[in-house]
Each structure stands twice: as structure tokens, then as C-alpha cells.
Ligand binder design. Structure first.
Ligand code: ATP
Ligand code: MG
Length: 254
């Protein structure tokens, strides 16, 4: 099962990715947790050791590995480097979870980052198309890491939203991007919900979108984000209603 999580900034993509990763692991799956948001924070949310996280280089910045894998420094580079070992050697393991940081797609005025970007693409290709394990991609609203090729491996795009006009606007943009890439299943989950009115707002405004659940606003989740070194993500961190959303996702993504 390969799940990509997207939505407007700050809506709860990383929180919900961490919830999903925890539940997949709890249910016996080996999980690749991939931080594909340039503003990486999934590792900390999962409660990984900050020192180990600091020493984990984003894949896009692994200059030497990229050079080696893509055929040296010359003008010609391998478009499909073998990256299997990179995924195993450069991830951080915590129980059944292997954690990787992608780093942002490089866009340079005159500089060409073809090599870096084709390396990232090869890693995603391997994760999404070859691996049997569960993959959860914590993305930004721009889902530029995905290409038509790698998106074939995504079983479900989960769009997180708050009950706001801006959330709705972004959700529509992401839905369009995801469907342009050919992702068949696109679902919405409402987060930080404080009332029935807010659920109704989402139900009424997100017409045509498949809303698979609502997760309430939790003070303790918000408060945890103030902690410098949060503990390993555990049962007490689960959002109420997350088990049901997880079950829906498993049903859809199989
Ligand atoms: N259901 C919730 N109840 C209360 N606070 C929440 C909830 N979901 C997320 N938050 C808080 O909202 C903030 C943003 O959440 P999170 O980092 O998961 O969002 P994001 O979409 O990944 O943000 P970014 O776009 O910056 O990556 C965090 O402080 C998080 O603790
Ligand atoms: Mg995030």
C-alpha cells in the first residue's frame, strides 16, 4: 500500500502521516516513512532521536552517492541508477519503520539539477513501484516529487484539510494535480474539527470529493508541538477517529 499525504500548509499532513505510520506498524506492516516535504518535520513528529535525525542527510543532498550512482561527474549520467542499497543504508530505523528524507526537488535558474532530480525519481520509483512494504509519503501541497511514472505506484492520495475556504482551495488544486498524474483514488480527511458546523462546512463545500473522515482538534496534540524532543509516537498520540480513517484507507488502498 502506497499512500501520499498532501494539503495546505499547516493543516496536519505530518501529524496524520505519523498517525498512519504508527497504525500500519502496529498492525504488523513494515513501513517506509518518507519525508517528501522540503520543510522536513516527520522524523521529529515520530519521536526519532534528534541527533540521529540531524545526521541523516536528505537524499537530494547526497552528492557523492548521487555522483557514484549516476555515473561520475561527467556530462553523461545514468537516468535509472540502482538505488536499492541507498534506501536500505540511508534510512533511519525505528521498530518496523524505516525513515527517509527526500529533500526538495532542485530548481535552478541556470544550474542543471537533472542528476539530483533523476536520482530522487529513481528512489521514489524503487519505493513506489518495486517495494512490497507500505509507503507513506508526507508531502507539501505541491506534489512535485511525483511524476507520471512514479505516481503509478501511489494507491491513494490523502488530502488533509481544515474547515476553511483556503483549505478547500488548496484541496481542489491538489486534487487536480493528482488526477493529472493519473492517481485514481483521491480522498479527503477533515482535521482540527471543533464542531458539527465545521463538519457540515466540509460536507457541503467539498462536493464531488470523497470525504473519508473527520478528526477533532486536540489540545494535547497542539501542545506536543511545543516540545523540543518529543517522545516516540505512541498510542496516546493517536487522534480520535484515526483508527476508522486508517481502516477506510486500508480498504481503499488494497
Ligand atoms: N487534530 C489536531 N488537533 C490539534 N492540533 C493539531 C491537529 N493536527 C495537527 N495539529 C497541529 O497543527 C500544527 C501543524 O500540523 P502539521 O505539522 O502536522 O501540519 P502540516 O500540514 O504537516 O504542516 P506543514 O505544511 O508545515 O508541513 C502542529 O502544531 C500540529 O501539532
Ligand atoms: Mg508537515
Amino acid at each position: 500500500m502506497k499512500i501520499a499525504v498532501s494539503g495546505k500548509g499547516g493543516v496536519g499532513k505530518t501529524t496524520i502521516s505519523a498517525n498512519l505510520i504508527y497504525l500500519f506498524a502496529k498492525n504488523g506492516f513494515n513501513v517506509f516513512a518518507v519525508d517528501a516535504d522540503p520543510d522536513a518535520s516527520l522524523g521529529l513528529t515520530l519521536g526519532m532521536d534528534p541527533q540521529k535525525l540531524a545526521s541523516l542527510t536528505p537524499l537530494v543532498d547526497m552528492k557523492e552517492v548521487i555522483e557514484q550512482k549516476s555515473g561520475g561527474k561527467g556530462a553523461f549520467y545514468n537516468l535509472n541508477p540502482e538505488v536499492e542499497d541507498v534506501i536500505d543504508n540511508y534510512s533511519l530505523q525505528q521498530g518496523k519503520v524505516k525513515f527517509l528524507i527526500m529533500g526538495g526537488i532542485k530548481q535552478g535558474g541556470s544550474a542543471c539539477y537533472c542528476r539530483e532530480n533523476s536520482f530522487l525519481n529513481a528512489v521514489l520509483n524503487s519505493l513506489l513501484l518495486d517495494k512490497k512494504e507500505v509507503v507513506v509519503l508526507d508531502m507539501s501541497a505541491g506534489i512535485e516529487h511525483l511524476t507520471r511514472g512514479t505516481a503509478r505506484g501511489v494507491d491513494l492520495m490523502l488530502i488533509v484539510t481544515e474547515p476553511t475556504r483556503n483549505g478547500l482551495k488548496t484541496a481542489k488544486v491538489v486534487r487536480q494535480l493528482a488526477s493529472d498524474l493519473g492517481i485514481g483514488k483521491i480522498k479527503v480527511v477533515g482535521n482540527k474539527i471543533r464542531s458539527e458546523e465545521e463538519k457540515d462546512f466540509i460536507r457541503h463545500n467539498f462536493l464531488g470529493m470523497d470525504v473519508i473522515g473527520f478528526l477533532p482538534y486536540h489540545n494535547k496534540v497542539w501542545e506536543k508541538s511545543m516540545e523540543e524532543n518529543p517522545e516516540i509516537f505512541g498510542e496516546e498520540d493517536l487522534l480520535t477517529g484515526m483508527e476508522e480513517v486508517y481502516q477506510e484507507i486500508v480498504k481503499e488502498a488494497i
